[in-house]
Design a protein around this ligand. Structure first.
Ligand code: GZL
Length: 314
């Protein structure tokens, strides 16, 4: 894993800076890039911080190594975006033993003792999945297809990641209410464009009657769009295949404006300022809420996307 900043926090010289070790998932998607940028632009020396950044290349063992390194360096706070929900108890116990508070951002950890972390800030993944499902219900009704058999496939995110778990569960809640919807198959595309394209290619070979693709992030949707076009099919509002994606990064707006993507369910990546606010509260000895959801919307091609995208921060 590449450690963004070299040098040991304790010899940073600026002892009045708050040192923050940030164990980031990786650089797998546009969302992740925006999320990392949000932290790097918030946790600056001018703002009173020393940020030690680690990119784990989507591997849990690298994140655990990074957390151990932060503990060794005696950072003031550890922030983690856990790649998957399980397997964190031991290293969190080690941080607790050294009295270093841990804050979770983006994805959640499934731990028995919730005192092992101060709080979590991120998207409401189950609601995102349900919002995507309800959007599809309305869309099919508008097209007069609400009584027809609808065949769909899902490109899942990294299996075991909160965003995958929640979006799959949320969409499944709506699927259960529509017995004319057939979920042909779900398979992980690891939240990357390349893998998303590969899995979509295999779906297109296997099924010749796919009506809807649910892509659990925008980058897998972009891969699916390429695979669909390469197979001589069309997608988007005027195409054979309807695509719903999650994140709503700028490139997703471009895809909707180009007519390739139907709907993007937002997952706000700008967690830097929220985490800084939490640290300031903890510094002041204040209580912080355990679960803190960020604001999120849903965008589709019926909206004035050229206008909306001008005000988008990511
Ligand atoms: C969501 C985040 C997910 C994004 C993907 O909070 O965990 O990980 O949806 C990213 O783009 O890879």
């Amino acid at each position: 894993a590449d450690n963004g900043d070299s040098g040991d926090a304790s010899d940073s010289g600026d002892s009045d800076l708050i040192t923050v070790g940030y164990a980031q998932v990786g650089a797998e998607s546009d969302w992740r890039t925006a999320n990392t940028e949000s932290f790097k632009s918030t946790f600056t020396k001018e703002n009173g911080y020393e940020l030690i950044f680690d990119d784990a290349q989507q591997k849990q063992e690298n994140q655990i190594k990074a957390i151990r390194s932060f503990i060794q360096q005696g950072v003031d706070y550890i922030v983690v975006a856990p790649v998957v929900e399980t397997g964190w108890e031991t290293v969190l116990e080690e941080a607790k033993a050294e009295g270093i508070p841990v804050i979770l951002s983006d994805r959640q950890m499934d731990v028995s003792d919730e005192s092992l972390y101060e709080c979590w800030v991120g998207g409401n993944f189950i609601k995102e999945g349900e919002d995507g499902g309800h959007w599809l219900e309305d869309y099919l009704k508008e097209k007069g297809m609400d009584g027809e058999e609808i065949n769909m496939v899902t490109l899942q995110g990294t299996i075991g990641a909160s965003a995958q778990v929640g979006r799959t569960e949320g969409f499944a809640n709506v699927l259960a209410e529509n017995d004319n919807w057939n979920m042909l198959e779900l398979q992980t595309g690891e939240f990357t464009q390349a893998k998303g394209q590969e899995v979509m290619e295999s779906f297109l070979k296997k099924y010749d009657d796919i009506d809807v693709v649910i892509a659990e992030n925008d980058n897998m949707a972009f891969g699916a769009i390429d695979a669909i076009k390469a197979a001589g099919k069309t997608c988007g509002p005027d195409g054979d295949i309807t695509i719903i994606s999650f994140d709503a990064v700028k490139a997703a707006f471009d895809a909707m404006i180009a007519g390739d993507l139907n709907c993007a369910v937002e997952c706000n990546p700008l967690h830097g300022p929220r985490v800084a606010e939490i640290i300031q509260k903890l510094e002041a000895g204040e209580e912080v809420d355990k679960i803190q959801y960020v604001d999120e919307e849903l965008f589709d091609t019926s909206m004035d996307l050229e206008e909306i995208v001008k005000t988008r921060a990511y």
